[in-house]
Design a protein around this ligand. Structure first.
Ligand code: PLP
Length: 379
């Protein structure tokens, strides 16, 4: 089976083997040395000197931790909403009784930084406590302009909370250089790991907010994780085998290097987009606003669910469909984490065969493979 979805993503063999080891006690010296090693690897990945905490949770748990540790009931927050995951942030805020203000854009379009600027500049009373952004909006394949929005947030002084679940490990997310206060991610995306761990980076400014934040918290109280991380342990029993695997995955990432990892994602995004153009399949996100982790395609003249079905049945290649309002309207190709150029070429040849199978005649057979080969060589 070949997973070309935006999580869970493919897992390298050395990582899988680490999962097969016998568990060890989490209060042992052996665990402490793993904890120390993965913590330093996570800081490298986040480009930060500050805290990166590890939770037994999926990405949404890391997002929820980001809300409940730094905010209080009734706090006014601006939430960027241009897809399912931006909307999820807003739902978490609503669930905790925040004064949630959605800053929306049409699905498939990026958030408009100027809308944030206008609202932030008008807020001279400094009632906005946080601006909450999904960097790579997985449901539409759009990469939001976090850097520009963050500049306006910095001028205002509010916290910036970021869902980097499908941008960390795929695109540049320099936590310290951009002074991002809270960055949430999850193991089954760019980390080349199975699902099960959530990660949250926390800035010194966010810790100041933590001291006075009043939302209830217990299992996801990040203060506990910080205190224990200082002693190379965790407050509750962690999935120790996932820590073995995390250690191996971070070593693989470090061996490749951050810039080459970003360049690989960029190259595979460019190739996948070139392919869709050559096949006459419209891209859902515009050039310049496309996520390096995932390409969303809105086909006309051929049904996206049928494409997915043939890809699965004939080739055992799994593509993602549309979510919510996009169900049946788009298919999505994940190129996130442990994906090689060979995987892209394989998926594209299979896609061409599936299109022929379905009687779609909007392309010249071979055009997609040729476009992919060219784009993968060009960079
Ligand atoms: C996958 C994903 C999440 C987290 O989803 P979980 O199922 O909770 O791991 C959050 N945000 C984005 C953008 C995602 O792609």
């Amino acid at each position: 089976m070949m997973l070309m979805i935006p999580g869970p993503t493919p897992v390298p063999e050395p990582v899988l083997l680490a999962l097969a080891k016998h568990p060890i006690g989490h209060r042992s010296g052996d665990f402490a040395s793993i904890m120390a090693d993965v913590t330093s690897g996570l800081k490298w990945l986040h480009q930060t000197q500050h805290d990166v905490l590890i939770l037994t949770a999926s990405g949404t748990g890391a997002m929820e931790a980001g809300i409940i540790n730094f905010l209080s009931p009734g706090d006014r927050v601006l939430v960027g909403s241009n897809g399912k995951f931006g909307e999820r942030w807003a739902e978490v805020c609503d669930a905790y009784g925040l004064n949630t203000e959605r800053v929306s854009a049409e699905w498939g379009k990026p958030l408009d930084p100027e809308q944030f600027r206008t609202l932030l500049e008008a807020d001279t009373a400094k009632q906005i406590k946080a601006v909450i952004i999904t960097h790579s909006e997985t449901s539409t394949g759009v990469l939001n302009d976090l850097e520009t929005i963050n500049r306006y947030v910095k001028a205002h002084g509010a916290l910036i909370l970021v869902d980097a679940v499908t941008s960390l490990g795929a695109a540049n997310v320099p936590v310290d250089a951009w002074a991002l206060d809270v960055v949430a991610s999850g193991s089954q995306k760019g980390y080349m790991l199975p699902p099960g761990l959530g990660f949250v980076s926390v800035s010194p400014k966010a810790w100041q907010a933590y001291a006075t934040a009043k939302l209830p918290r217990y299992y996801l109280d990040l203060g506990k994780y910080r205190k224990d991380a200082a002693k190379n342990t965790t407050p509750f029993t962690p999935p120790v085998n996932m820590f073995f695997a995390l250690q191996v995955a971070l070593k693989l990432m470090q061996a490749e290097g951050l810039e080459p990892i970003f360049a690989r994602h960029q190259r595979q995004m460019n190739a996948t987009r070139a392919v869709m153009r050559s096949l006459g399949l419209p891209l859902y996100a515009a050039d310049g606003a496309a996520s390096p982790a995932i390409t969303a395609v809105a086909p006309a003249g051929v049904d996206s669910e049928q494409i997915r079905s043939v890809m699965k049945k004939r080739f055992d290649i799994i593509l993602a469909g549309g979510q919510d309002q996009l169900k049946g309207k788009i298919f999505r190709v994940g190129h996130l984490g442990f994906v090689s150029d060979r995987d892209i070429l394989t998926a594209i040849s299979a896609l061409e065969a599936a299109l022929q199978d379905l009687g779609y005649d909007g392309f010249t057979p071979g055009a997609g493979v040729s476009a992919a080969a060219q784009a993968l060589t060009a960079a």
